[in-house]
Design a protein around this ligand. Structure first.
Ligand code: TYD
Length: 206
């Protein structure tokens, strides 16, 4: 079972991935559940993560291909072996992040090009998740959470309009059911309350 958590920065994905991994481990045993993330969660992946997040690029596609390259290694070394062993894989971000952040966030990309690149993961044989849990939250709340964390990297300094486009990029993918079965989770409120919604969605899956 391949479960992906998605959402804009500040949506609380990382916290919720941990809670979901604990919840499923209690049910299925710790060795049956693997928690991982993109970009970078493979041996040597830190360098690619650093480059994709902090590198300065002039061409809009450079980052797209770095995230794709990271995913190729992550799939081959980490995700696919775990799925073959029958484990539940909980992945913090996957292809929908690349579409939302590198494609839908950029109004200059023609629709036809966006459609073409959205098919690339399929052509490359990247597995479709069994479920994509979209932690949906309004941009103001997400920004307030990021400010409270004092966390600023390239993406987090991109500003409100950028995140609005990323969020609507996620919602568009959900509406067209691109890349698997989507479940929208209201990510506002206390982490425990958000997790109750996630646990409900997870129980529906199993
Ligand atoms: P993430 O590690 O989830 O953020 P955090 O450090 O807050 O836990 O993701 C780091 C950034 O990478 C995030 O701003 C989104 C971006 N990203 C993309 O733009 N495209 C991608 O394909 C992926 C996987 C991440």
């Amino acid at each position: 079972m391949f479960i992906v958590l998605e959402g804009i920065d500040g949506s609380g994905k990382t916290t919720q991935c941990g809670k979901l991994a604990d919840f499923l481990s209690e049910r299925f045993g710790r060795s049956s559940v693997m928690r991982t993330f993109e970009p970078g969660d493979w041996e040597g992946g830190g360098a690619l993560r650093d480059l994709s997040l902090n590198g300065g690029f002039e061409d809009r596609w450079s980052r797209f291909f770095l995230f794709m390259a990271d995913r190729c290694e992550h799939l081959t070394r980490v995700i696919l072996p775990a799925l073959r062993e029958g484990r539940v894989v909980i992945c913090d971000r996957y292809t929908a992040s690349t579409m939302a952040y590198q494609v839908f966030s950029d109004p200059g990309i023609p629709k036809k090009t966006a459609e073409f690149v959205s098919r690339l993961p399929g052509y490359l044989g990247m597995p479709v998740p069994d479920a994509v849990l979209l932690l949906d939250i309004d941009v103001d709340t997400a920004e307030a959470r990021l400010a409270a964390r004092g966390k600023r990297d390239f993406f987090e300094t991109m500003g409100r309009d950028y995140f609005e486009r990323v969020r609507s990029g996620y919602l568009r993918q959900m509406e067209s059911a691109a890349g698997g079965r989507w479940m929208r989770i209201d990510a506002s409120g206390a982490p425990e309350d958000v997790f109750k919604r996630i646990a409900g969605a997870a129980l529906e899956l199993f």
